[in-house]
Design a protein around this ligand. Sequence first.
Ligand SMILES: NC(=O)c1ccc[n+]([C@@H]2O[C@H](COP(=O)([O-])OP(=O)(O)OC[C@H]3O[C@@H](n4cnc5c(N)ncnc54)[C@H](OP(=O)(O)O)[C@@H]3O)[C@@H](O)[C@H]2O)c1
Length: 239
Amino acid sequence: MISLEGRKVVVTGATSGIGLALVRSLHAAKSLILALGRTAEKTGALSGALPGIATFAADVREPDFAKRLLAAAIEQIGGCDVLVNNAGIVWAGPAERATSEKIAELVSINIESPFKVAHEAVAHFKKQGSGHLINVSSIVGLKPRIYSGIYSGTKQALEALSESLRQELARTQVQISCIEPGMTLTELHRGFKEHPMKAMQVTTPLTPQDIADAIVFTMTRPAHVTIANLVILPKDQKT
Ligand SMILES: NC(=O)c1ccc[n+]([C@@H]2O[C@H](COP(=O)([O-])OP(=O)(O)OC[C@H]3O[C@@H](n4cnc5c(N)ncnc54)[C@H](OP(=O)(O)O)[C@@H]3O)[C@@H](O)[C@H]2O)c1
C-alpha cells in the first residue's frame, strides 16, 4: 500500500460532496493538497476549515484552466502525484426539456474541462516519470438510465478517455483509474424536482465518504496494481 502522507494530490470539485469528503480524508492522512473550488469564497471557507491546505479558485470552463491548475500545483504544493478529476454537474429530464444552453453546459463542464485537465496531468506525469489520474465518472457512464441521456453521454466520454489513456500508458509508471459511483447523497441533485432516492428507488444512498474511501483505496494500491474501474453502488440500486 502506498502511503498518503506527503503525497501531492490535486482535487477538482473539492468544495462539496465527494470532493470535500476526499479532501478531508487526505488532510487527515497528511497529504499535500491543492483543492479546486469555483469561487474564492468557497476555497476560503475550505482553507479555514482545513489548515495547511492549498486552494485554487476558478470555474473549470475558464480558458487555460487546466494549464493554470497544474502550474498552481507546482507552485503551491511542489508538484502533482495524483489528480482527481471530480468536478461535475448533472441534468435529468425528458429530452424536449433540455435547452441547448444546458446541453452546452454539461458538455463543457463534464467533458471538455476534464479532458483538458486529463491531458495536462498526463503530460506532467510523463515528464516526471510517474503519477495517477483518477477520473470520477458515474454508473450511468457504463449503463445509461432513462431521462439521463446527456449526463450519461458526458460520463461515457470520460470512460472512453480513461480506458484509452490506460492502454496508452500501460507500460509506463503512470496510472489511470475511473470511478463509477451510484446514487450518493450530495448537492449534485439540488435542481431535481423529484428526490433522487425516490427517482432511483434507493432507500439507503451512498455517502460522500463511501466514495472518498473508494478513491483513497484506488490511490494507495501498490505500483503493479491498477484499479482501472471501480463501481460503487447502494445495495438496493437496480438501475
Ligand atoms: N452524487 C452522485 O450521486 C454521483 C453519482 C455518480 C457520479 N457523481 C459524480 O461525482 C462528482 C462529484 O459530484 P458530487 O456528487 O460530489 O456533487 P456536488 O456536491 O455538487 O459537488 C460537485 C463539485 O464540482 C464543482 N463544480 C461544478 N461545476 C463547476 C465549475 N463549472 N467550475 C468549478 N467547479 C465546479 C462544485 O462546485 P460548486 O459547489 O461551486 O458548484 C462542487 O465542488 C461529479 O463528477 C458527479 O458527476 C456523483
